[in-house]
Write a protein that binds this ligand. Structure first.
Ligand SMILES: [Mn+2]
Length: 343
């Protein structure tokens, strides 16, 4: 990180793309928007995208309407000679539209979905904190010990003196964006990743004008009643295995329809089974389409990133995810037989 200057990198480009991962969360949106505000402040042409719908509970975030509202993609004036991939040949990919592409909170380029091609851009920067990160970009700022990509983004900005030199208005916008991701990626400061540095970062961002109380109200006290109805239904069907050490919460597309919800509504559900005293690993299995299921794992210590990677996924020791194809009963059996080897 010492050799990388965020500010100098931004200054070297005219047209910049920020890519947040698919199924965006508070961390990628918060870090992405903070970077957006900085780039905007120094008068860069900048777009911010994610290959997904944005969950409506992030609508409160300042600047959220900029996400997926590409203004500069057709206007980018990039000298074609500058656009080469690692083999020094023309990429022929969409990255021609931008001369600098950031990937935010993406453990691999696949997390960027339809924007993954941009990783081949001559100047791509991967800013992340997943230990499974495969260093897919030209510059890789990956800090696995960081609680969140927002913490990494804070350190990069701090190192460049952004918080000494810019205006209070910019500080406040950046602070609220970064606090959002710090809060969501740490389970509102309850995960094992929370340490003195995290709390010091929160303190610094609060001093810069961030309002953790307002952010917390937006994040945790504004749920639509359909979501709580869906949660009630999901919890009433919770299944336990291995002497109640494993809890599995499952939801199908039919369930989402019945409660006028979508898989996007399930964010945070997994914390409820994990809050049960006997449970060591909590799992959600949600139907994404026909025979495709999205699996999320949370644990109190078991390394669930290993379990997710068995199925081609990844993540952190205590929080990971993957996708499995098959009919529900098969998917459940595969998940259970794998996890029983580790618990
Ligand atoms: Mn993150």
């Amino acid at each position: 990180m010492q050799n990388f200057s965020l500010l100098q990198t931004l200054k070297s480009a005219n047209t910049i793309l920020i890519v947040c991962h698919q199924r965006p969360d508070g961390d990628c949106l918060g870090a992405g928007l903070a970077l957006y505000f900085l780039a905007e402040h120094i008068n860069k042409n900048i777009d911010i995208v994610t290959d997904s719908e944005i969950p409506t509970h992030y609508n409160f975030m300042e600047g959220i309407s900029f996400v997926n509202n590409q203004k500069h993609k057709r206007n980018a004036q990039v000298p074609s000679s500058k656009i080469v991939d690692s083999d020094n040949t023309s990429t022929g990919c969409h990255s021609k539209r931008y001369d600098l592409c950031f990937f935010i909170d993406c453990a691999d380029s696949g997390r960027a979905g339809k924007f993954s091609d941009y990783a081949k851009s001559h100047l791509s920067v991967n800013i992340d904190h997943h230990k499974s990160n495969d260093y897919f970009a030209k510059h890789n700022i990956v800090i696995p010990t960081a609680s969140s990509t927002c913490e990494v983004m804070y350190d990069l900005m701090e190192q460049d003196g952004i918080f000494k030199n810019a205006s209070h208005e910019l500080h406040k916008k950046i602070a609220n964006s970064l606090l959002t991701g710090l809060s969501t990626d740490t389970g509102h400061f309850m995960h094992s990743s929370v340490n003195a540095k995290v709390m010091q970062t929160v303190a610094n961002l609060t001093a810069l004008g961030g309002d953790i109380h307002e952010i917390s109200n937006h994040l945790y006290r504004t749920k639509p009643k359909e979501k709580i109805a869906l949660l009630g239904y999901a919890l009433s069907n919770l299944k336990f295995y291995n002497d109640d050490t494993i809890a599995i919460l499952s939801l199908s597309l039919t369930d989402f329809e019945k409660f006028s919800s979508s898989p996007l509504s399930t964010e945070g559900f997994i914390d409820y089974p994990l809050s049960i005293s006997s449970v060591l690993v909590a799992i959600t299995i949600t139907q994404a389409e026909g025979e495709v299921y999205k699996i999320s794992f949370r644990s109190k210590g078991t390394d669930v990133s290993v379990i997710a990677s068995t199925f081609g996924g990844g993540g952190h020791i205590r929080a990971s995810g993957c996708q499995i194809k098959g009919v529900y009963d098969e998917v459940l059996d595969r998940v259970l037989s794998t996890i029983r080897k580790f618990i």
